[in-house]
Design a protein around this ligand. Structure first.
Ligand code: NAG
Ligand code: NAG
Ligand code: NAG
Ligand code: NAG
Length: 345
């Protein structure tokens, strides 16, 4: 056969392969629909849920929020199949890298997988900031590297330095088969819970700087790390988009609500009255500069609609620890993982 004809046929085949659901359908554009077959697992059958996410155990009385499924406008998501996932990732490792929103998604994935093979053998280990849950029978490692800024914070004579150009922590991410990054919530921390004293960038130290700009600089350092270190033939890279909080009812047209407490239903439709967080624009801008393939898990819109999905007082601290940032499990992060599943299988 003429080599050009062969090339044309191959090109058509490759494009055809890529034009299934994930290429033609935006998974992130959709709405929440009631589905009595949800949740995907039972909180009492997943002993690994950390207390702060275990809303039912902490006494949350309403259950309707568990009964929703994300429905993209242009296609259907495949239902999560934990056994298929575990077989596909046999001998491989998955790592979530980021803050407690990464922990939220990490535990969700462990529960989704474990409930597909209840009673299967597992081990749990923690070394430094890295926690590893191993499905022994399947040789699958589901890991979490807790690092709230992705870039380094180092203790020096002057104090704790947040180094926007330095990402030594990345040595822990090498050789992993599936990486899901996230950072945002800590960039606005101030006062006693801010875990640094100075910011260093471009060889200069500052007492403080514009936080969104600092976020962008750190993401750019991370982007360079990806371009330098990732072999796309081995590793798939995702970025968990900006997970939204719900402390201001005005943003969902309920100005009297001062938090997510008592919210029992998602917003109908696909549009959030309060619009998107500006950090998402920064994130998308930096992602657009990366040469290696990185898929944004663009979970902001779908999560914005879930003002009912947070622990509120059914997290750690009761009324003093009102939590409208994290998510109950089972709950919204299960959908993030279901979409992740639809990208990788
Ligand atoms: C979860 O398990 C408990 C105890 O086995 C059961 O009573 C409850 O109905 C289950 N909930 C769901 C949502 O399946
Ligand atoms: C999605 O699933 C529904 C119900 O199973 C079906 O009626 C519909 O045709 C499917 N849509 C697409 C785009 O596959
Ligand atoms: C709540 O959101 C509204 C509308 O976006 C805004 O005008 C207001 O300043 C916000 N309130 C607080 C306390 O942030
Ligand atoms: C996300 O939400 C914003 C604000 O509600 C809306 O303008 C935008 O069209 C939505 N995007 C998608 C992909 O649904």
């Amino acid at each position: 056969m003429n080599p050009w004809a062969l090339l044309v046929i191959l090109t058509v085949l490759v494009n055809f392969h890529q034009s299934d659901a994930q290429k033609t359908c935006d998974f992130f554009q959709g709405r929440w629909v009631g589905d009595s077959s949800y949740p995907l697992y039972n909180s009492s059958s997943c002993p690994f849920i950390q207390r702060e996410f275990n809303c039912i155990k902490n006494g949350r009385p309403d259950y309707l929020y568990l009964k929703y499924r994300w429905q993209p406008l242009a296609c259907n998501l495949s239902r999560f199949d934990g056994v298929k996932f575990l077989r596909r990732y046999k001998g491989k490792s998955i790592m979530f890298v980021g803050d407690s929103l990464s922990r939220n998604q990490w535990l969700s994935l462990i529960c989704m997988l474990y409930s597909a093979v209840p009673g299967t053998r597992y081990t749990e280990t923690a070394v430094g900031e890295v926690s590893t849950f191993t499905f022994t029978d399947f040789e699958v490692k589901v890991m979490l590297d807790h690092t709230v800024y992705l870039v380094d914070v180092e203790r020096e004579d002057q104090g704790r330095i947040l180094k926007l150009d330095s990402i030594e922590g990345g040595k822990l991410w090498k050789g992993i088969d599936l990486l899901i990054f996230n950072t945002w919530h800590w960039w606005n921390r101030r006062g006693p819970t801010q875990p640094w004293d100075y910011i260093e960038v471009g060889g200069q130290r500052y007492k403080d700087m514009d936080r969104v700009l600092a976020f962008e600089k750190a993401l750019t350092t991370w982007a360079t790390w990806v371009d330098t270190n990732i072999d796309p033939a081995k590793t798939k890279v995702f970025f968990q988009g900006i997970s939204p909080s719900h402390y201001n009812g005005s943003t969902w047209n309920e100005p009297r609500a001062k938090s997510c407490l008592g919210q029992k239903l998602p917003l109908a439709g696909s549009t959030y009255p309060g619009g998107l967080p500006p950090a998402l624009t920064v994130l998308k801008k930096v992602l657009s500069t990366i040469k290696k393939p990185v898929q944004l898990l663009d979970i902001t819109n779908l999560s914005l609609l879930r003002k009912d999905g947070h622990p509120s007082i059914y997290g750690l601290g009761g009324r003093t620890g009102m939590d409208c940032s994290h998510w109950c499990l089972p709950g919204v992060p299960d959908t993030w993982n279901q979409i992740l599943y639809n990208f990788i299988l």
